[in-house]
Design a protein around this ligand. Structure first.
Ligand code: SAM
Length: 335
């Protein structure tokens, strides 16, 4: 048996991975994928559309081809890769540009991570949300809405809420899960429970989607305030790394206590594998909390199952939701 060759290739790639992010942001700023979708298929037309020199258009296109963001047809025409065509074309329903640049303002923080990791000051409970205003919430949820609607649609394809009557959407943000749920299940109503400045923004999305008569909002802190009563479904999505184990256990317990007998809970979160190793994205969301100075961290699938079982849920399980990023932990409150 020959020894596997050990080299520096992976390490070099890691050392320069930031260049890939930078090129992707520049392509979004210059609306590269939008122009390609609209028919700019060669360097002169792309340079004209983006307002760059042909040399710089070429540099960008070469990188985007290398990254697999663009493709070249056998006739030599530049086209978008399928995911860029579906999600990166401005002005379309599925445009996810705001989500793709959601953490862009944090770039300088990531490059001073060493200092933050050494910082001995204690974390705050709410971290990122400590000084939340309606305006900040509006900008934040422009991004979460651009990705959350797809996740909400997927949730409703995978979870049958037929026969359920009321869902509490904990940290529901834009209301993406609730909007999709009441549209998919005619007998269902929902309440989005989120921090007070957020619920102002939630209301705007509920009206935009014509569901304000079936989805209400309630402002509060799900760690410390009372949760809505009279619900037979609880959903908590994309909040997991914001909090430590004690606080996640607390919310899951509160949801269990507030749910009607026989009700169900779904925790959709950025989750580490059962052994705590990977995926990278779940690990990085935990690390991002250093920048927000919160006490949050990544949680594993086994921990999530434990939170549910400790709270009293039965038929507890966990399934992959978005490969490499999100899983869904579920359980039922005994009738
Ligand atoms: C990343 S967003 C996810 C929004 C939505 N669930 C989705 O998946 O599109 C996290 C949300 O949790 C809310 N949140 C965080 N901590 C909270 C708390 N203690 N009480 C209520 N809401 C909270 C935030 O305000 C934000 O709207």
């Amino acid at each position: 048996m020959t020894d596997k060759k050990i080299d520096t290739i992976r390490l070099q790639r890691l050392a320069r991975a930031f260049t890939e992010t930078a090129v992707f942001y520049a392509a979004i700023d210059l609306e590269l994928f939008t122009h390609v979708s609209q028919g700019a298929g060669d360097l002169p037309s792309l340079a004209a559309a983006m307002g760059t020199s042909e040399l710089n258009a070429e540099r960008l296109v070469v990188c985007a081809l290398a990254l697999g963001l663009l493709e070249r047809t056998s006739e030599g025409i530049i086209v978008n890769a399928p995911d860029c065509e579906k999600f990166m074309v401005k002005g379309t329903d599925r445009y996810a540009g705001p989500w793709m640049t959601f953490t862009r303002k944090e770039v300088p923080d990531w490059f001073t991570l060493t200092d933050k990791l050494r910082d001995p000051s204690p974390p705050s409970e709410l971290g990122l949300y400590d000084d939340l205003t309606v305006e900040k919430a509006r900008s934040y949820h422009r991004a979460t809405y651009s990705i959350g609607m797809g996740a909400g649609r997927r949730f409703c394809r995978e979870v049958d809420l037929g026969g359920r009557t009321k869902m509490m959407d904990l940290g529901g943000g834009s209301g993406a899960y609730s909007i999709n749920a009441v549209q998919a299940f005619p007998g269902l109503e929902a309440v989005v429970f989120d921090l007070p400045p957020v619920t102002v923004v939630t209301q705007e999305y509920l009206e935009l989607n014509g569901v304000a008569d079936r989805v209400s909002t309630l402002g509060g802190d799900f760690i410390n305030d009372q949760l809505p009563e009279g619900c037979d479904v609880a959903v908590m999505a994309s909040n997991l790394p914001i909090y430590n184990a004690a606080n996640i256990q607390k919310v899951v317990q509160k949801a269990f206590d507030a749910l009607a007998p026989g009700g169900e809970m779904h925790l959709v979160g950025e989750t580490l594998n059962a052994d705590g190793i990977g995926p990278v994205d779940a690990a990085m969301w935990g690390m991002a909390e250093v920048n927000y100075r919160s006490g949050g961290r990544s949680h594993s699938v086994s921990e999530c199952i434990g939170y549910f079982e400790t709270a009293g849920f039965v038929d507890v399980g966990n399934v992959e939701f978005i490969p490499g990023t999100l899983t869904r932990t579920f359980g039922r409150k005994p009738a």
